[in-house]
Design a protein around this ligand. Structure first.
Ligand code: SF4
Ligand code: MG
Length: 318
């Protein structure tokens, strides 16, 4: 609820006014249990920061984070430990998240040791079982990261997130660094694991095809704000926000289904975002009101929220 992350920007001159970078600027959304919620937007829009706040790697400047209806902050002892087990993250770069000097088995066993789960034989059994679940032979436990391909490393990254039997996983650009053929294998693995284990994902990616393929609902971010949330697939409505429409129409695979809207200009700086609706300098539907008043994110249909003064026009012109 109204989640924000602001960073102070160092002054370049003595008398300069202190400014802030609004990485995430007050976003509210809900992810249902067992749901895959995709988060898209151009680089620097605040998707990763949002994911990192959800797993508490980054502390929010403002707003409230609720997990199963209860505030995430202020937990201690057993409750905090439980939360750390329940919520995991898979990073983009499987290379940097693995310790090159340690075997895969060690990497996977360590969180179990930290959380005091099982004795040695039990932990070994869990490691072997988890490796199998991500499609790797249990013998991989004896290997080192440099002996693995990119896809195998990302499978290990997923195994590391799964080992504590979490409920909710943030997946941040997890397939972006992989070859296209490997990407689809990893995506299908993530889908299968989600189904089998009843997991909930926040799936972050700049790749719209990937997000549309895997998600139940998609949130679109622009300059730290959530501009649209919509349901994917036959039951879902078409996106209505001019930014979402421009973003999706630039993707070759889905372009055939949607009218092309060219996205003009560059993303402005999150230190000095435009007044009113931050998208107005690039928006084909901008009016005078857009320059002065920021639109609120509001429900426009079942599972569909849009933040735009003129979204109805977007609907008509389609
Ligand atoms: Fe465009 Fe105005 Fe809608 Fe912003 S509020 S997206 S500028 S039409
Ligand atoms: Mg990122």
């Amino acid at each position: 609820r109204a989640l924000a992350k602001h960073y102070p920007v160092p002054k370049r001159r003595l008398l300069e006014k202190r400014s802030v970078l609004r990485a995430v600027d007050g976003i509210s959304f809900r992810i249902g249990e067992g749901e895959i919620f995709g988060l898209v937007g151009e680089s620097g829009c605040g998707k990763s920061t949002t994911g990192q706040m959800l797993v508490q790697l980054v502390k929010q400047t403002a707003g409230e984070l609720l997990y199963r209806g209860f505030p995430v902050g202020g937990r201690t002892g057993k409750e905090l430990k439980r939360l750390r087990q329940d919520i995991q993250i898979v990073f983009q770069d499987p290379y940097s998240s693995l310790n090159p000097k340690k075997t895969i088995g060690w990497t996977l066993e360590e969180p179990l040791v930290v959380h005091g789960i099982g004795d040695k034989p039990e932990r070994r059994r869990l490691v072997a079982e988890t490796l199998e679940q991500v499609g790797l032979d249990p013998g991989f436990a004896n290997r080192y990261p440099h002996e693995l391909s990119g896809g195998q490393k990302q499978r290990v990254g997923i195994a590391a997130a799964l080992i504590l039997a979490p409920k909710f996983i943030v997946i941040d650009e997890a397939v972006s660094a992989l070859d296209v053929s490997v990407q689809s294998q990893i995506l299908n693995l993530l889908k299968e694991l989600q189904r089998k284990r009843g997991l909930t994902y926040l799936f972050i990616s700049h790749d719209l095809n990937v997000v549309e393929y895997i998600s139940d609902r998609v949130g679109v971010m622009y300059l730290g704000k959530m501009v649209e949330i919509f349901t994917v697939g036959e039951t879902g409505g078409q996106p209505l926000h001019p930014y979402t429409r421009a973003l999706f129409s630039s993707v070759p695979d889905v372009a055939a289904r949607r009218e092309r809207v060219a996205l003009q200009g560059e993303v402005p700086s999150p230190i000095h975002p435009p007044s009113g609706c931050a998208f107005h300098p690039r928006c084909p539907l901008a009016t005078e009101l857009c320059r002065t008043e920021a639109p609120e994110l509001k429900a426009v249909g079942p599972g569909h929220e849009v933040s735009c003064h003129n979204y109805e026009e977007a609907n008509v012109t389609r």
